[in-house]
Write a protein that binds this ligand. Structure first.
Ligand SMILES: [Zn+2]
Length: 444
């Protein structure tokens, strides 16, 4: 059985990958895609790290159980399942929301999250540089003063992928004779966008100024002119291209250690980013395609290269990983293995995503099929419907003309809530039984 390497790239949009374009920014990812299986219609179940990752790592929907406030909480992680099946498990990441503070170390034999916890795991890693930077950006300090102060404090707060690769290489070289499940999360495409000055042809100071404006525009979009937005989109391209170099560097290292040919690589993203396609900036509480359409590539399977157009979700990653190991999907999980799609068997007709609207304390849901996108604000009973064949940018809401279709999708959402409720009950019952068992053992 091969090793399984899950690579997640924060904030990488499906259209960042170059295989469908003339001028590609991602030759290394394109090469992995051309040898592997590419899912052209993969969607995340939520548009932010905190809400999307419980789904990726435990094949459950974002808004259930602990409502993603405490990371994985009661959910059964892929790492725990793979460790039970005899895999050595390791993870490398530098996103505070995916740190051990939020419980993402669950099931990993080795876990690197780049944060200093002072020996404790209950210190919130956000109380650090990132929090200070965000505070300054959001504060009412005049922009002129911000611009003067920030260049001295403003370095990319996340670890560069090349640095992370060095640590990964050390771990792999020590453990390459064992069978392992490795999860790597890269932050190189996440804002702030501060690529190499020479490559981007813009000074670091100017890039910082633009990033500060971008941050401010997340709160109030009038803070960013069209010209500044264009510049931001342009410098972000260099981060995408750097991300691809990081993946190339990782593949080189794996090949040198003779680990690449013994591994299946699953490459995806947690969500995308918006650049005013629907009026907003970066990742927010929306479910349009720029935020949920993600890349998904599987390399290292024994099958021929393939491009699959069926809709699939992040929720299907866990079940695919256990299927690669020829083992059954745990009862707790809600996704479907992607492997039947390789033989032309279909696994689902639609993908459901969801997001909590903090200010209104309600939830929006979406249904994505190959042709349709339905977005439903349950509390407000508001909905949008887009025909993606005619309107791929989701600009023309035609819900009023297709009331039967709207009712059909509303019915599917209702069913979705029923399924989640049943699954929640089952998980809570199972957890309770486990706790009783542990307490009884203690009594004995
Ligand atoms: Zn993210």
């Amino acid at each position: 059985m091969k090793n399984i390497i899950l690579i997640t790239i924060d904030s990488m949009r499906a259209d960042d990958i170059g295989y469908s374009k003339e001028e590609s920014l991602t030759p290394n990812l394109d090469a992995l895609a051309s040898e592997g299986v590419v899912f052209n219609n993969a969607f995340s179940q939520a548009p932010t790290t905190k809400s999307s990752f419980p789904c990726i790592m435990s094949s459950t929907y974002p808004i259930m159980l602990t409502e993603f406030k405490k990371g994985l909480g009661m959910r059964l992680s892929i790492a725990r399942v793979m460790r039970k099946h005899g895999y050595l498990t390791a993870a490398f990441n530098s996103n505070p929301y995916l740190s051990r503070y939020y419980g993402y170390d669950d099931g990993f034999d080795y876990f690197y999250d780049s944060f200093e916890f002072g020996g404790k795991t209950n210190n919130n890693p956000l109380i650090g540089k990132i929090k200070i930077i965000i505070k300054i950006c959001k504060s009412k300090i005049p922009t002129k003063i911000k611009n003067l102060v920030m260049p001295f404090t403003y370095n990319t707060p996340y670890e560069d992928g090349i640095e992370l690769n060095k640590k990964i290489k050390n771990w792999v070289s020590e453990n390459k004779d064992k069978q392992f499940f490795l999860w790597i999360h890269y932050m190189d495409v996440h804002e702030p966008f501060i690529p190499d000055e020479k490559k981007a042809g813009i000074s670091k100071k100017d890039m910082i100024k633009l990033n500060l404006k971008l941050r401010a525009a997340k709160e109030d979009e009038t803070n960013l002119t069209e010209n500044e937005l264009k510049k931001i989109i342009n410098i972000r391209k260099y981060d995408v291209s750097h991300m691809d170099e990081v993946v190339g560097d990782l593949i080189d290292r794996l090949k040198k250690m003779d680990v690449f040919r013994k591994s299946v690589l699953i490459i995806t993203a947690d969500h995308g980013d918006e650049f005013k396609e629907h009026g907003g900036i970066l990742h927010t509480s929306k479910l349009y395609d720029e935020l949920i359409h993600i890349p998904l590539i599987i390399n290292g399977l024994d099958s021929l290269p393939k491009k699959i157009n069926e809709v699939v979700g992040s929720i299907d990653i866990g079940p695919t990983i256990v299927d690669l190991n020829n083992t059954d999907k745990p009862d707790e999980w809600m996704g479907n293995s992607l492997l039947p799609l390789l033989d032309g068997r279909s696994t689902r007709n639609f993908v459901i995503s969801e997001m909590l609207l903090r200010n209104k304390n309600s939830v929006i849901n979406s249904i994505r099929t190959k042709k349709w996108k339905f977005i439903y604000d349950i509390a407000e009973n508001k909905y949008e419907l887009y025909d993606l064949h005619k309107d791929p940018k989701e600009l023309n809401n035609i819900s009023a003309e297709y009331s039967r279709k709207v009712e059909e999708f509303k019915g599917l959402i209702k069913e979705h809530y029923k399924n989640k409720e049943e699954k929640e009950k089952m998980i809570r019952r199972k957890k309770l039984k486990q706790r009783i068992k542990i307490l009884r053992k203690k009594d004995d």
